[in-house]
Design a protein around this ligand. Structure first.
Ligand SMILES: NC(=O)c1ccc[n+]([C@@H]2O[C@H](COP(=O)([O-])OP(=O)(O)OC[C@H]3O[C@@H](n4cnc5c(N)ncnc54)[C@H](OP(=O)(O)O)[C@@H]3O)[C@@H](O)[C@H]2O)c1
Length: 300
């Protein structure tokens, strides 16, 4: 199959590209830069200016939409919030419009989404795909992102993967969590009681592959492992594997709020998200169901 990935140079995209190539698929990327990736064709776009190399859309069977400004990369000013939304929504509109002009459709439009859909901090509530959207910035952004995905008329079906915290050793949240632990000054953040609904990068990529191959997949799915853990548990397990002591007390919440402002919800808040649709509707077998095995694999 010919698969086009937007934002394919990022964490998930890099791993997913390798998985798809290993399965014999043809992969091309839509990127803002001209970074060479072996065995992959790179097309360019400028989302702000609405410019796209329309050759990118020729003979494409599937589109995977991963592009978006990093949610936790910068403080959430009004300008940054708009950038986070626009960088996810505008590409969907652009791709749909260009396919329409070329009078063609793809077999599926598969988009990243996030468990932020339920809100940045949902405490002890158990959430599944039937739970309502939250009402903070991250929830509002994710809701708009999914609504735009569902409006993608130039695809036979659409899928949104509400992604949890992707655990990988080469990007995302884990290296940031490990940094202080490696220095021997790691400790849980805030109360440490916040839930972290995580997924190993290998399982994340397998879910994207399944979303391509399984034509029954439609709508939104929580892309999380079956067993969320609290921040203090994740920190403790990582420290044990790395054989580093933990620093006490916990990093105070007020300090994190001062440093990160509204963005601090990303580390102080949490969600307990259940993989209801994946476990009940798909024949999907996780490689990593416990955080111990996931971290041991990544930190070996
Ligand atoms: N990783 C996680 O834990 C996680 C959790 C929940 C949801 N997600 C979502 O899953 C998707 C992929 O995640 P990821 O971790 O692979 O992300 P990532 O590493 O940040 O990569 C995203 C890619 O998007 C493109 N991009 C960055 N800023 C952009 C901007 N301002 N406008 C347009 N494109 C931009 C870049 O590709 P080019 O430079 O090639 O254009 C970048 O490589 C994202 O939408 C993310 O929000 C990820």
């Amino acid at each position: 199959m010919n698969i086009l990935i937007t934002g394919g140079t990022g964490l998930i995209g890099k791993h997913l590209t390798q998985l798809l190539l290993s399965k014999g698929h043809h992969v091309s990327l839509l990127s803002r830069k001209k970074e060479a990736t072996p065995n992959v064709k790179i097309y360019q776009w400028d989302i702000e200016k609405g410019i796209i190399d329309t050759d990118a859309l020729k003979n494409i069977d599937y589109i995977i939409h991963l592009a978006g400004a990093g949610i936790a990369d910068k403080r959430w000013t009004d300008k940054r919030k708009q950038e986070i939304i626009d960088s996810r929504i505008k590409p969907i509109k652009m791709l749909n419009q260009h396919l329409k002009e070329q009078k063609t459709r793809v077999k599926a439009f598969i988009s990243a989404s996030g468990i932020g859909f339920y809100g940045g901090d949902t405490g002890e509530t158990r959430l599944d795909e039937n739970s309502p959207a939250g009402d903070d910035f991250i929830a509002t952004c994710t809701k708009i992102w999914e609504e735009e995905t569902e409006k993608f008329t130039q695809a036979e079906r659409t899928v949104s993967l509400r992604t949890g915290i992707v655990l990988s050793d080469d990007g995302g949240a884990l290296p940031k969590l490990l940094q202080p632990i490696k220095l021997g000054i790691g400790s849980p953040l805030g109360s440490g009681k916040q839930w972290m609904s995580w997924i190993h990068i290998d399982d994340m990529c397998q879910l994207y592959l399944q979303a391509i191959e399984d034509f029954k997949m439609n709508g939104f799915y929580n892309a999380v492992a079956p067993a969320p853990v609290r921040n203090e548990e994740m920190t403790k397990i990582a420290a044990e594997i790395l054989k580093r002591p933990l620093w006490t007390p916990n990093v105070p919440a007020f300090l994190l709020k001062m440093l990160f402002g509204e963005l601090s919800v990303v580390v102080l808040g949490g969600n307990y998200v259940k993989n209801k649709r994946v476990s009940e509707e798909l024949s999907f077998s996780y490689k990593f169901t416990s955080v111990e095995t996931a971290l041991k694999n990544l930190l070996k």
